[in-house]
Design a protein around this ligand. Structure first.
Ligand code: FE2
Length: 315
C-alpha cells in the first residue's frame, strides 16, 4: 500500500518546537523539573513484576472483547508488534519495529503534555506514551493516559501507513490551529477520530479509537449499544461538536476507511474553516442534525438516566 502524498506547508519548520503566545489557550500543565522543553523522560520506566502483571491482565481483558469488534488494522498491528508477549513492551523495541514499517517511534512522557509539544512530536512521527502504568485500584478507569492506554490503544495503528500519515498531518495541523486559536475544534477532531472513532469494515462499524480499544465497557456500547448515535464522519461538523471526557460517548463518528479520513482532513481548507468557527462548540454531543448521514440514531437512554455517576446500565 502506498502512502498518500503529504502536502507539507512550506511556511513551517516542523523540526523546531512551536512557540505559543500568551493569547492562545492551552491547558495549564506544570512541567516536572527533570524533563526538558520536549517533556520527554530520560528513559522508559523499569516496571516491577506487579506492574507487568497489571499490563498482562489488562491485555487479557481486552482480548475477551476486541476480536470481531476492533478493526482488522488494529488486530494486525497487535500481532506484528507482539504486544501480548508478557509485560509492558519496550519502547526501544517498538520504535525499531515501527521505524522499519512506517518511520514512527514511541517516546516516554511523564504525564499529559501541553498541546504544542504533543503536536511537535506527532509532526515528527514520535508518539508520546505515558511512562507510568495504572494501579490495581484504578484498573477500570483512569483519566490520565497511562502506558496501557497509549501503547495498547494507539501504537498498533501506527503500523498502518495511511493512519500513520494521518497522525503526522494531525500534528502539523496543530500549528495552524494555534495560529487561529482553534485548538478546541482540532481537539474535537482528535477525540472523535483517534480516541473514539469507528470505521466501516464489511458493511459493519468496527473500532479504531484508542479510548474505546483500551477500556473495559465501551467496545460493546459503541458498536452494539442502542443509546449512542453512530454517524458518518464529516470533518466540519465534528469540529463544531462538543464532547465528554469522563463518560461513554453519546455519539460516535464512523469513517469509510483511513484513506477517507486522511483525505477529508488534509484536503480541507482549515484556514477557511477556522475563520468561520466561534470560540465555543455549535452542536451538543448528542445532537443529530440535518446534514448527518446517520447509521444509528441513538435512544440516549444511558445518558438520560444520568450516565456514569448514576450507575445506569450502558445500553
Ligand atoms: Fe489517547
Amino acid at each position: 500500500m502506498t502512502s498518500p502524498a503529504s502536502p507539507a506547508p512550506a511556511e513551517h519548520d516542523y523540526a523546531a518546537l512551536p512557540q505559543v503566545s500568551g493569547e492562545i489557550y492551552t491547558a495549564p500543565l506544570k512541567r516536572p523539573a527533570h524533563v526538558g522543553e520536549d517533556w520527554l523522560e530520560p528513559a522508559q520506566t523499569l516496571y516491577s513484576s506487579d506492574e507487568d502483571a497489571v499490563w498482562n491482565d489488562l491485555f487479557a481483558r481486552q482480548m475477551q472483547v476486541l476480536p470481531g469488534r476492533a478493526c482488522s488494522a488494529f488486530m494486525h498491528g497487535l500481532d506484528r508488534l507482539s504486544l501480548g508477549n508478557g509485560g509492558v513492551p519496550s519502547f526501544d523495541r517498538l520504535s525499531r519495529e515501527l521505524g522499519a514499517l512506517t518511520g514512527w517511534s514511541v517516546v516516554p512522557v511523564p504525564m499529559l503534555i501541553p498541546d504544542h509539544v504533543f503536536f511537535w512530536h506527532l509532526a515528527n512521527r514520535r508518539f508520546p506514551a505515558g511512562n507510568f502504568i495504572r494501579t490495581r485500584e484504578s484498573f477500570d478507569y483512569i483519566q490520565e493516559p497511562d502506558v496501557f492506554h497509549d501503547v495498547f490503544g494507539h501504537v498498533p495503528l501506527l503500523t498502518d501507513p495511511t493512519f500513520a500519515d494521518y497522525m503526522q498531518e494531525y500534528g502539523r495541523a496543530g500549528w495552524k490551529a494555534m495560529r487561529h486559536n482553534r485548538l478546541k475544534a482540532l481537539g474535537a477532531l482528535y477525540w472523535y477520530t483517534v480516541e473514539f472513532g469507528l470505521i466501516m469494515e464489511n458493511d459493519q462499524p468496527r473500532i479504531y479509537g484508542a479510548g474505546i480499544l483500551s477500556g473495559p465497557a465501551e467496545a460493546v456500547f459503541a458498536l452494539e449499544g442502542q443509546s449512542p448515535n453512530r454517524i458518518m464522519l464529516n470533518v466540519d461538523r465534528v469540529m463544531r461538536t462538543d464532547y465528554v471526557i469522563d463518560d461513554l460517548q453519546p455519539t460516535y463518528f464512523v469513517i469509510e476507511s483511513f484513506a477517507d479520513l486522511y483525505h477529508q482532513t488534509v484536503e480541507r481548507d482549515f484556514d477557511r474553516l477556522y475563520r468561520g468557527l466561534g470560540a465555543s462548540f455549535t452542536y451538543a454531543n448528542s445532537a443529530v442534525i440535518d446534514v448527518d448521514d446517520v447509521l444509528h440514531r441513538g435512544t440516549q437512554e444511558y445518558f438520560l438516566r444520568g450516565g456514569r455517576g448514576s450507575g445506569a446500565n450502558p445500553v
